[in-house]
Design a protein around this ligand. Structure first.
Ligand code: HAM
Length: 417
C-alpha cells in the first residue's frame, strides 16, 4: 500500500546511504537461482523452506532465499580478479516458505552487505558498525547486537572428532535454543564428559559485560586449540567495536548459533526490546567462495530485514526525516488556465520540486480541501489577474497564509527552508 511502500523505500534509501558511506558497490543478482547454489550451505531450516521448481530446460531452480550464495559465486567467477577488499551490496526480495506472522513473510526484502578478502577483526567490526549506522539512520532506539562466535562451538566439536554433519545438526538445534537436545546429540556422538560440561556452561553464558564473559569463556576452552584462538578473535572484534565513539550496545552470547551453515567465525543479530524477531543477521564465512570454485577468500557480511526495520520504526513511532518535506499542488482557477498550470508544474519539476497538478478541474475551494486532506504543504493557485503580472498565489497549507509570488521566484521560495 502507498504508505507502506513509501516507508519501505525510505528504509531502502537509508541502506543505500549506508552503502555509500562505507564504500560498498551495488550488484544485482537473479531472483531465480540454481537450486544447487542456494541450497549448498543454506542449512536445513532454510533449505526446507525454499520455493523450488523445475524450469522448462529441466533444471532444478529456486527463488533465492538469501543473497550471500549468489554474491559468493560472483566473487568466485566474474569478479574473480577484482582487487581485494571487495565491498558489495544488494537490495531485493527474497523468498522463504515461513509461517506468515508478524514480521515473518514469505516474500521479504533485505539490504545485504558483503566484505570480501579480509580475515582481520576490523572487517568484522566494519560490518557491525555499518549495521549500527543503518539502525541509527532509520531512527531506531535501544537496539542491541547479540554477538557470538561459531568458531568457538565448532572448534570444541572438531576437537572432539565430530563430523561436519553432526556439527550442523547441533548448530541447527542451538539456533532454535534447543540446547538440551543439542547436547544430547553431542553426547550420543561420543563426546567426552569435559566437552559436555564446557558446552553446558557456554550455553548459559550471555550478558552485556563482554569482557567478563569472554574471559570466562577463554578459561573454559583453553585446552581446545582452535576454539581458544576463536575466543581471542572474538575479543578483538568486541574491543574494536566497543572503542568507537558510537559504542553500540552488545550482548555477548557464548551459546549463540545461526541456522545458515556457512559461518566460520563471529556471528550476530540485531534486536529491539519491542520485537522478539531479529532486524538483521550476519557473520563471517571464510570458505564459501572456495566452495564455489574461487580462490580461498575470507569474507564477512550482513543482511538487514527491510520489512522488519519498517515494523520497528512503526513500533517505536520513529519520525523518518525526508530531505525536503514540501509537497506542492498547482491549481488553475478555471479550465482556460489548465495549460498555464501544467507549464508552471513542469518548470518546478525541472528544478527538482515535486508537484501534483490539479487534473480534475475542481473549483479552487474543493481542490484546497483535497490538498489539506492529503497533507500537501503548499498550493499554487494560478489566476488570470496574477498571471498578467507574471505571478501566482502561493498558499502555505499549514500556516493557512497566502502571498503573491513572481513565477521566476517560485522555485527559490519553495526551496527555502
Ligand atoms: P538471515 O538471518 O537468514 O541471514 O536473514 C537476515 C535478516 O533477514 C533477518 O534478520 C530478518 O531481518 C530478515 N528475514 C529473514 N527471514 C525473513 C522473513 N521470513 N520475513 C521477514 N524478514 C526476514 C541471511 O540471510 C544471511 N544471508 C546474512 C548474511 C550475509 N550473512 C553473511 N552475509
Amino acid at each position: 500500500m502507498p504508505e507502506e511502500a513509501k516507508l519501505m523505500r525510505q528504509i531502502e534509501e537509508k541502506a543505500r546511504r549506508t552503502a555509500k558511506l562505507y564504500g560498498y558497490k551495488e550488484i544485482i543478482t537473479p531472483v531465480v537461482e540454481s537450486y544447487e547454489l542456494v541450497a549448498a550451505k543454506a542449512g536445513e531450516e532454510v533449505r526446507a523452506r525454499m520455493f523450488t521448481f523445475e524450469d522448462l530446460g529441466g533444471r532444478k531452480v529456486a527463488l533465492r532465499p538469501e543473497f550471500t550464495a549468489s554474491v559468493a559465486r560472483l566473487v568466485a567467477t566474474a569478479l574473480r580478479n577484482e582487487p581485494k577488499p571487495l565491498r558489495l551490496f544488494c537490495i531485493g526480495s527474497l523468498y522463504r516458505y515461513d509461517e506468515p506472522q508478524k514480521g515473518r513473510f514469505r516474500e521479504f526484502w533485505q539490504s545485504n552487505f558483503e566484505l570480501m578478502g579480509s580475515e582481520k577483526p576490523e572487517a568484522d567490526a566494519e560490518v557491525l558498525l555499518l549495521t549500527n549506522t543503518l539502525m541509527k539512520l532509520a531512527g531506531l532506539k535501544n537496539y542491541a547486537f547479540k554477538v557470538g562466535h561459531i568458531g568457538v562451538l565448532r572448534g570444541i566439536l572438531s576437537h572432539e572428532g565430530m563430523t561436519e554433519e553432526t556439527q550442523n545438526r547441533v548448530m541447527q538445534l542451538m539456533d532454535k535454543k534447543q540446547h538440551e537436545d543439542a547436547i544430547t546429540i553431542v553426547k550420543e556422538a561420543g563426546a567426552s564428559a569435559k566437552c559436555l560440561d564446557v558446552l553446558q556452561k557456554l550455553v548459559s553464558m550471555q550478558g552485556s559485560d563482554s569482557a567478563k564473559i569472554l574471559a570466562t569463556v577463554e578459561n573454559l576452552v583453553e585446552d581446545y586449540g582452535t576454539a581458544s584462538d576463536a575466543v581471542k578473535n572474538f575479543k578483538e572484534i568486541i574491543k574494536l567495536v566497543s572503542e568507537t565513539p558510537e559504542k553500540p550496545k552488545i550482548i555477548v552470547d557464548a551459546g549463540f548459533a545461526r541456522g545458515l551453515e556457512y559461518y566460520t567465525g563471529m556471528i550476530f543479530e540485531v534486536y529491539i526490546p519491542e520485537l522478539d524477531i531479529a532486524l538483521a543477521g550476519g557473520g563471517r564465512y571464510n570458505r564459501l567462495v572456495e566452495l564455489f570454485g574461487g580462490e580461498p577468500t575470507p569474507a564477512v557480511g550482513v543482511a538487514h530485514g527491510i520489512d522488519r526495520i519498517m515494523l520497528a520504526t512503526q513500533e517505536q513511532k520513529t519520525e523518518l526525516k525526508t530531505e525536503n518535506g514540501k509537497s506542492v499542488m498547482v491549481v488553475p482557477v478555471n479550465e482556460n488556465l489548465a495549460g498555464e498550470a501544467l507549464k508552471i508544474s513542469e518548470m518546478l519539476r525541472a528544478e527538482n520540486v515535486s508537484v501534483e497538478t490539479e487534473v480534475m478541474r475542481r473549483k479552487v475551494a474543493k481542490a484546497l480541501e483535497d490538498a489539506d486532506r492529503r497533507g500537501i504543504s503548499h498550493v499554487i493557485i494560478v489566476g488570470e489577474r496574477e498571471l498578467k503580472e507574471g505571478a501566482v498565489i502561493l498558499r502555505d497549507m499549514h500556516k493557512k497564509e497566502q502571498t503573491k509570488v513572481k513565477i521566476e521566484n517560485l522555485t527559490e521560495t519553495l526551496k527555502s527552508p
